[in-house]
Design a protein. Structure first.
Length: 159
């Protein structure tokens, strides 16, 4: 790890220090990136569930992306919301059962399933977008605005 540069008087958000090579037995789970990310994710999911109890985060993601792009193939939707084909199929099936999305066959390639929001699905996602903004704010609440912006840039870099 290198030393973090502080330019223009910016606050050093991550106090990085030069470290000696870790000893073979010097492994602490609570200091590992995966463990910390999982804890942050669990916190975010709990906040999400407290505000949007009737949809899962993947279901919300599917509705939000369909709101943004309109009709698309089920596989393309999965790619856009970082879900494999089997997972997105289950998400779409559950949303269809609730009347939020409709499926149709592609006009040329009949094997290709297209998914689109229904009027009910569009109404639901439009109602939930402001709530989702509140969820993001609550998730990031322990951070200052500058820390939150840096955190989001760093997460995007890792993703």
């Amino acid at each position: 790890m290198g030393r973090a540069a502080v330019s223009g008087g910016e606050e050093n958000l991550l106090k990085l220090v030069e470290a000696d090579e870790p000893e073979e037995n010097d492994y602490h789970l609570q200091e590992q990136v995966g463990f910390i990310l999982r804890k942050a994710h669990q916190r975010h999911v709990a906040i999400f569930a407290a505000h949007i109890a009737d949809l899962t985060p993947p279901q919300f993601a599917a509705l939000a992306k369909l709101r943004d792009i309109g009709e698309t193939s089920q596989n393309q939707l999965g790619s856009l919301i970082a879900m494999d084909a089997a997972t997105v199929k289950g998400v779409i099936d559950r949303l269809k059962a609730r009347g939020f999305v409709e499926l149709s066959k592609h006009e040329v390639d009949k094997r290709r399933l297209l998914v689109n929001l229904t009027a009910e699905g569009r109404d639901a996602i439009e109602r939930l977008i402001p709530v989702a903004r509140e969820i993001t704010e609550e998730t990031l609440a322990p951070l200052s605005a500058k820390e939150a912006a840096t955190f989001m840039r760093l997460l995007a870099k890792l993703a």
